[in-house]
Every structure is written in structure tokens, then in C-alpha cells.
Design a protein around this ligand. Structure first.
Ligand code: NAP
Ligand code: F7E
Length: 395
């Protein structure tokens, strides 16, 4: 038990319209945006949180008093069953995972346990609690299933070819969801989400590494940003858009699987070029492979260098999704362009380092009415500094 409300008896539905959702991975990027979104829709929101020796709730501190948290772990089935039995959720969003592709090569077994088997544990827990007709289930499937892509763009029918222990674990989870849907008529969906980023993205993913790296270079606490494969191409969207799609999948008549993507692909190199441009640098690239460098045209300073330590044993070179099915059946479309995504992340990271983006950065926005989404969390950050959120922790 983490905070004030949770009790060992089964939660009752407040009324016919008040829904209860349980989010695994609520402390992560997507979990935090989804929790906010569900609160806005009037849900009672519960989340599973790992015990940690340091605070791991920075992304949800601003909504801490509005949600109920339970300690748990994707590798502990009795704990998962017990939480699900007590919460009796109408919807479960399974977002918890060891989600870093490169790390999955270092920890393949743990990744299989948490990212793969963990999903099966939740599905079984729903069944053993007798909730298969009561609880709808969302699985955070991934474009990493497509790996070495068999066609471009990728759709719901493109054959899978995962290229990492992470992708292999997500493949197991994907099929577990389909199997439980077919075997037990459970309402269980796979959201096959392409890369989605935000100011809350973990610091070891490439977009955040770049936006935070540019801010650190500007404030003088980093000389050169070291990256891996600059040629890799991804279909990057905004996490805030993508959590809407998760919810929409669980509101349909019939459970199904959906690709969620923008339909536009860019390389890591062009994302880095864009972010440096927003900060006022013009990068010139020279050299190839491990010898490639990005140099500031004005000063000749090396701003980006390639380091093989960020290469993966097996790379996913390109991913491009076709979200037509989601557009048709969920009326879902992304609202944020790549430039706006980069602007949002840069705005946040610059603020974290006490900097302001140059006015010229706004010229990159596709929509002049674009509002940064991180303003609320910057304010929340300030409140947290004064201890408001810290005080409501129940342990
Ligand atoms: P994230 O920021 O890395 O968050 C992962 C969450 O899972 C965190 O709350 C983490 O807790 C929790 N977690 C990790 N291992 C756990 C365990 N053994 N038991 C319980 N909780 C555990 O990931 P994200 O970007 O929000 O992604 C959400 C989900 O979507 C993940 O399943 C990811 O694989 C999948 N996905 C992501 C993308 C993307 O581009 N973001 C695309 C497709 C699919 P801590 O905070 O304590 O670490
Ligand atoms: O890498 C290349 C790297 O780590 C993107 C997860 O959310 O999306 C994410 O997985 C690309 C790769 O994301 C660096 O080699 C170059 O080709 O940001 P990433 P990812 O591996 O695509 C999928 C859909 C998920 O499901 C995952 O959970 O960028 N790259 N240089 C680099 N990547 C990193 N991390 N760091 C670099 O320095």
C-alpha cells in the first residue's frame, strides 16, 4: 500500500458510469500521461509502482493525491493477482516493461520475465479473479515487433521480425493477448505503438538524449554529444497523442489490434540537426560511420561525435507505420508534428537548465497556435521542489 485510499477489501464501482482503471508502469512516460488523461475522463485511477530506494514518482507527483498506488512488480504474480482482485478494474493498461532495447541485450532474461511473461501474469490474474468479462485489457505492444521490416510502411498485417530480446519479449506478450482473446473471449487489445516521445521521455532514449544534450551544451556543462547509429530512422510521435489511442482501443465494440504512428519517418541525424538549429547552431556533418562528426559551422566546434558504445548487436534500421486502421476505426489522428515535438522537448529541457529557447525557434513550428504541453509540468516541478507532493506519500 502506498498512499491513503487503498484498503484490503474489494473496491466497489461508485456508479454505473464511474470507471476504474489500473495502470501498470504508471511512473513511466506513457503511464503518467495516461493517468492524467483518464482522470480528465472522470476515471478512478489506480497504478502499480515498484519499490525503489529513491523516489521514482517525479512524473506523477503533480497528480499524486488524485490516484491510488499499489506496490507491485511484473515478476510477482501473487502480488499482481492480489492488486487486481482488490481493485476490480474495468480497464487495465499494461504499460510496465523493461522498455530499453539496448539494455535488453544486457538483461535478456529479466526483459523476458518483465516484458514478456509479465503480460501473461496479468492476463492469468484477470482470469483467476473471474474478471474476464468485466475487465478490458490494453497491451503496450511495440513497432519493435517489426524489427527487420518485411514491408514499408508497416501495418497490422505486416509479418514480425524482432531484432532484440526486447522485441522477442514483446512478441510473446503480443501473442499471449491474441490467444487469451480467442481462448476466453476476453476484451484484450494490442496497441502496436511506434516511437513516441515527450518532455517526460527517459534520458537514455535518443530524442531526449539529444534535446537534453543540446541544452547542456548551451549552458556549458557538456562539450560534445556522443550518439550511436545516426542513420537509424524512426516514426516519432508525441506520447500525449498516443495515450488517447490506448484509451480509444478499449472503448470500441470489439477487441482488436491497432498500429499507432504518424506515417512520417526521420533519421537520428536529422532530428539532431533540427534540435541544434532550434538552439541557433548550424551543423555540418562530415565523415562516415564511427568517424562521422557534426561541427558548428560558426565556431568549428565538434558538437556531435559517434561512439560505438551506443551501437546495438543487432539494429532496427527503419520503422514507418501506417495508422490508417486507427484513423478509420478509432477516429484517431496525431496532432503534433516532429518539429512541434522537438520544440516541446527543447522548451522543457532548456527550462530545466534555466535557459530560454531563442525566439527564432518558433519559426520551426508548423502550427503558429502550437502550445507547449510541458508548461503544466514545469509548474508542478516548482511545487514539488517546495515539498508539496513529497508530503502526501503514505510510507
Ligand atoms: P518507460 O518510461 O520506460 O516506463 C516503463 C514503466 O514500467 C515504468 O513505470 C517502470 O517503473 C515500469 N516497470 C519496469 N519494469 C517493471 C517491473 N518489473 N515491474 C513493474 N513495473 C515495471 O516506458 P514508456 O515509454 O512509458 O512505455 C510504456 C510501455 O509502452 C512500455 O511497455 C514500452 O515497452 C511500450 N512502448 C513504448 C514505446 C515508446 O516509444 N515510448 C513504443 C512502443 C511501446 P520505474 O519508473 O520504477 O522504472
Ligand atoms: O533508439 C538509435 C538507436 O533508444 C532509437 C523504446 O521506447 O521505441 C523505443 O525503442 C534509434 C535506434 O528507441 C543513440 O540505435 C543512435 O535505432 O530512442 P531509442 P528504440 O530503440 O527505437 C520502441 C518503439 C519501443 O518499443 C521501446 O520501448 O536511435 N540511436 N544513437 C541511439 N539510441 C539511443 N538510445 N542512444 C543513442 O545514443
Amino acid at each position: 500500500m502506498v498512499n491513503q485510499i487503498e484498503s484490503p477489501t474489494r473496491a466497489k464501482l461508485d456508479g454505473p458510469d464511474k470507471k476504474t482503471a489500473l495502470i501498470t508502469g504508471i511512473t513511466g512516460q506513457d503511464g503518467s500521461y495516461l493517468a492524467e488523461f483518464l482522470l480528465e475522463q472522470g476515471y478512478t485511477v489506480h497504478g502499480i509502482i515498484r519499490r525503489s530506494s529513491s523516489f521514482n514518482t517525479s512524473r506523477i507527483d503533480h497528480i499524486f493525491s488524485k490516484i491510488t498506488l499499489h506496490y507491485g512488480d511484473m515478476i510477482d504474480s501473487s502480488n499482481l493477482s492480489s492488486v487486481i482482485y482488490r481493485v476490480r478494474p474495468n480497464e487495465i493498461y499494461n504499460l510496465a516493461a523493461q522498455s530499453h532495447v539496448k539494455v535488453s541485450f544486457e538483461m535478456p532474461e529479466y526483459t523476458g520475465e518483465s516484458t514478456g511473461l509479465g503480460t501473461m501474469r496479468i492476463l492469468e490474474a484477470i482470469r483467476t479473479c473471474g474478471l474476464e468479462k468485466h475487465t478490458r485489457f490494453y497491451q503496450a505492444s511495440s513497432s519493435e515487433l517489426f524489427g527487420k521490416v518485411m514491408e514499408v510502411p508497416q501495418t497490422e498485417t505486416t509479418p514480425f521480425y524482432p531484432r532484440s530480446p526486447y522485441g522477442v519479449a514483446k512478441l510473446y506478450a503480443y501473442w499471449a493477448v491474441k490467444n487469451y482473446r480467442e481462448s476466453y473471449d476476453m476484451f484484450a487489445c494490442n496497441g502496436i505503438l511506434f516511437n513516441h516521445e515527450s518532455p517526460r521521455r527517459g534520458g537514455t532514449f535518443v530524442t531526449k538524449k539529444i534535446t537534453a544534450g543540446v541544452a547542456r551544451i548551451v549552458c556549458g556543462n557538456l562539450e560534445t554529444l556522443e550518439l550511436g547509429n545516426l542513420d537509424a530512422q524512426r516514426d516519432w510521435g508525441h506520447a500525449k497523442d498516443y495515450v488517447r489511442a490506448m484509451w480509444a482501443m478499449l472503448q470500441t465494440e470489439e477487441a482488436d489490434d491497432f498500429v499507432i504512428a504518424t506515417g512520417v519517418m526521420h533519421s537520428v541525424r536529422s532530428f539532431a540537426t533540427l534540435c541544434f538549429q532550434m538552439a541557433g547552431f548550424d551543423i555540418e556533418w562530415s565523415g562516415t560511420g564511427e568517424d562521422e562528426i557534426g561541427v558548428d559551422q560558426k565556431t568549428g566546434k565538434v558538437l556531435v561525435r559517434v561512439s560505438p558504445k551506443f551501437f546495438r548487436p543487432c539494429e532496427v534500421e527503419e520503422l514507418l507505420g501506417d495508422p490508417s486502421k486507427a484513423k478509420k476505426h478509432l477516429s484517431w489522428t496525431p496532432t503534433c508534428s516532429l518539429k512541434e515535438l522537438a520544440y516541446d522537448m527543447m522548451y522543457y529541457d532548456f527550462s530545466v537548465y534555466g535557459l530560454e529557447l531563442p525566439e527564432s525557434a518558433k519559426t520551426f513550428l508548423d502550427n503558429p497556435a502550437f502550445q507547449v504541453t510541458c508548461a503544466q509540468e514545469l509548474a508542478a516541478r516548482e511545487r514539488t521542489k517546495t515539498g508539496v507532493a513529497i508530503n502526501v506519500r503514505g510510507v
